[in-house]
Design a protein around this ligand. Structure first.
Ligand code: ADP
Length: 492
C-alpha cells in the first residue's frame, strides 16, 4: 500500500534511477546524460546499462512472476489503484519532470500525466474481468477456456510520451499477472524511472516491474531474443519496429507494435470551419507535432480551402512558443537537432517543389531546437512531407476536388494508424469510416486516443491494440481445457 516516502520534488534525483528487482543497479561507471531540449542543458546523468543488466532484469522478472501471477486479480487491482493514486498525488512534479526532459508545454505534460494515470485505473478495473468460457463441445466432454498471463514481458517505448507510453503497456501487463522489463527512450528515461519508483511505493513487488536504459541495441537484443521473455511490446518508428519484430522471430515471441503513421486530415466543403480549424490544431500541433497520430497531410476541398487556410494560419501565427516550464506556452522545442533538421528539410523540399509558406517556415528564436509553427499551401504527393512523417510543427495543405480523390490520396501510403475527417454529411461519414485504411478515425475532432479506445494501426503502422478492454488481451494466453465425462446412464 502507499507509503509516506517524500514526493518527487524533494527527492527528484534519487527517484530517477533505473530499477532491477526493486533496487537501483550499480553501473560499471559508464553514464549517459539527459538534456532539456528547451535549454539544451544537462538535467541528469544516468548509469549506462546494457545486455548484462537486461539479463539480470529478465531473470528477476522470471522469479517474481511465480508469485505475482498467482495473486488474486483483486489484489493486483488494488495495487494498481494505489499506483494510480500516487501518480495523481505527484502529478505536478511528474509533469514538471516530463516537460524538463521532453519539452512539451507544462499544461500538455499535466494532461499526459492524467492520461498515463487513466491507463493504470482502467487496467486495474479490467484485471477483475478476465473471464473465461465454457463451450458445449460434445456429449462426452466439456471444453473450458481460461486466460493466463503470457509471462515475462519486454517493452521498449519512445520519447514523445515518456509517461503514457509506459503505463499503456505496463498497467495491462501487471493487471494480467505478467512481469515487465521496460527500456524507455534514452532521451526521456526520467519519467519512466519515477513511475517505477511510485509503483514500488504502491506495493508492486520487486522484480515485477524493472526499468533499465543505456545501450538500446544491446538491451533490445536481450529483450527480443532471451527465451525467458514470452512477449515483446514496442512503440516507436516503423524501421526499428520491423527490426525488433525480426529479432523476436527466432524465439517466436508474442509481439505488439505501435509504429509510425502518416495521418491524413480531410476537410470537406460542408465542414464546420471552426471545428475543422480547432481539430486540425489539436491533431497537428499537439506535442509540437511529435505524435504518431499527428495529422501529417491536411487535405482540403477546393470550396473551403482558402477560408480554412486563412483561419488556420491566423490561429497558428498566434501560438506562444517557448520553454514549457516558463509561463503559458502552446508549443515547445523539437526533441533533438536531427528532428529539427528533418523539419527544415521537409519545409525546404516542399518550397522547392512549389509549396507556399502562409505562416512560419523558419527556426524560432526561442532556442536552438525551436521551429516556427508553420502552415504551407500547395502541397503535393511528390513532396517528402507527404511520404514521411515530418514529426514537427508543419501543417501542409493539399487541395482536392472530390471525395474519391481525397480517399485515394488518404490511402496512398503504407502507413495506416490514424485519419481524421471533417464533414456534416452522414452518408459520407459511413463511406469514409469504412473506406479509410487505418486503425482509428476521428470525425469532427482531432483527438482520438483515450484509455477507453483500442489504439493501434494497420498496414505498416503496427500489430495489436493498446488501451480499451482489448488491451489486456495482448498480455493473456488462451488455454483450452477439455474435460472428459463418464458415460451418462440414461435417466429412467
Ligand atoms: P524515434 O524515431 O521516435 O526515436 P525509435 O524507433 O528510434 O523512434 O525509438 C523508439 C525506441 O526504440 C527508443 O526507446 C529507442 O531507444 C529504441 N531503439 C532504437 N533503436 C533500437 C534498437 N536497435 N534496438 C532496441 N531498441 C532500439
Amino acid at each position: 500500500m502507499a507509503s509516506t516516502r517524500p514526493s518527487l520534488a524533494e527527492d527528484v534525483v534519487l527517484r530517477t534511477t533505473p530499477i532491477i528487482d526493486g533496487l537501483p543497479p550499480a553501473g560499471k561507471g559508464c553514464v549517459f546524460t539527459v538534456t532539456n531540449p528547451a535549454t539544451t542543458q544537462t538535467i541528469a546523468t544516468i548509469p549506462l546499462l546494457g545486455a548484462e543488466a537486461a539479463e539480470r532484469a529478465v531473470a528477476s522478472n522470471a522469479a517474481a512472476l511465480q508469485e505475482w501471477r498467482k495473486r488474486a486479480a483483486a489484489e493486483r487491482a488494488d495495487i494498481l489503484l494505489a499506483w494510480h493514486g500516487l501518480i495523481l498525488q505527484n502529478r505536478e512534479d511528474l509533469a514538471r519532470l516530463l516537460t524538463s526532459e521532453q519539452g512539451k508545454p507544462l499544461n500538455e505534460a499535466r494532461g499526459e500525466i492524467d492520461y498515463a494515470a487513466s491507463f493504470v485505473r482502467w487496467f486495474a478495473e479490467e484485471a477483475r474481468r478476465v473471464y473465461g468460457e465454457i463451450i458445449p463441445a460434445a456429449r462426452e466432454r466439456r471444453v473450458m477456456v481460461i486466460k493466463q498471463p503470457v509471462g515475462v514481458v519486454g517493452a521498449i517505448t519512445p520519447w514523445n510520451f515518456p509517461a503514457a507510453m509506459i503505463t499503456r503497456k505496463v498497467a495491462p501487463a501487471l493487471a494480467a499477472g505478467c512481469t515487465v522489463t521496460l527500456k524507455p527512450a534514452e532521451l526521456t528515461p526520467l519519467s519512466a524511472f519515477a513511475l517505477a519508483h511510485l509503483a514500488l511505493d504502491a506495493g508492486v513487488p520487486p522484480g515485477v516491474f524493472n526499468v533499465i536504459a543505456g545501450d538500446a541495441p544491446a538491451i533490445g537484443s536481450v529483450l527480443t531474443s532471451d527465451p525467458t521473455v514470452a512477449k515483446f511490446t514496442f512503440t516507436g518508428s516503423t524501421a526499428v519496429g520491423k527490426l525488433l519484430t525480426a529479432q523476436c522471430a527466432t524465439t517466436l515471441k508474442r509481439v505488439s507494435m505501435e509504429l509510425g503513421g502518416n495521418a491524413p486530415l480531410i476537410v470537406f466543403d460542408d465542414a464546420d470551419i471552426d471545428t475543422a480549424v480547432e481539430g486540425a490544431i489539436a491533431s497537428k500541433f499537439r506535442n509540437t507535432g511529435q505524435t504518431c497520430v499527428c495529422a501529417n497531410r491536411i487535405l482540403v476541398q477546393s470550396g473551403i480551402h482558402d477560408r480554412f487556410a486563412e483561419a488556420l494560419a491566423a490561429r497558428v501565427a498566434a501560438f506562444r512558443v517557448g520553454n514549457g516550464l516558463e509561463g503559458e506556452t502552446d508549443q515547445g522545442p523539437l526533441i533533438t537537432a536531427a528532428a529539427l533538421q528533418k523539419v527544415r528539410d521537409h519545409v525546404g523540399d516542399a518550397v522547392g517543389r512549389g509549396a507556399r509558406i502562409v505562416t512560419g517556415g523558419e527556426r524560432h528564436e526561442a532556442g536552438e531546437l525551436f521551429h516556427q509553427p508553420t502552415v504551407l499551401i500547395g502541397a503535393n504527393p511528390d513532396m517528402r512531407l507527404a511520404q514521411e512523417e515530418t514529426f514537427g510543427p508543419v501543417a501542409p495543405l493539399f487541395r482536392f476536388a472530390n471525395e474519391g480523390e481525397a480517399l485515394a490520396l488518404a490511402n496512398s501510403t503504407r502507413s495506416g494508424l490514424a485519419a481524421y475527417a471533417f464533414t456534416r454529411d452522414m452518408d459520407r461519414f459511413w463511406r469514409l469510416a469504412e473506406g479509410l485504411e487505418v486503425g482509428m478515425v476521428g470525425f469532427n475532432n482531432g483527438i482520438i486516443s483515450s484509455e477507453t479506445v483500442p489504439f493501434g494501426g494497420v498496414k505498416e503502422s503496427g500489430l495489436g491494440r493498446e488501451g480499451s478492454r482489448h488491451g489486456i488481451d495482448e498480455f493473456l494466453e488462451l488455454k483450452a481445457i477439455s474435460l472428459g465425462l463418464p458415460p451418462q446412464p440414461g435417466i429412467e
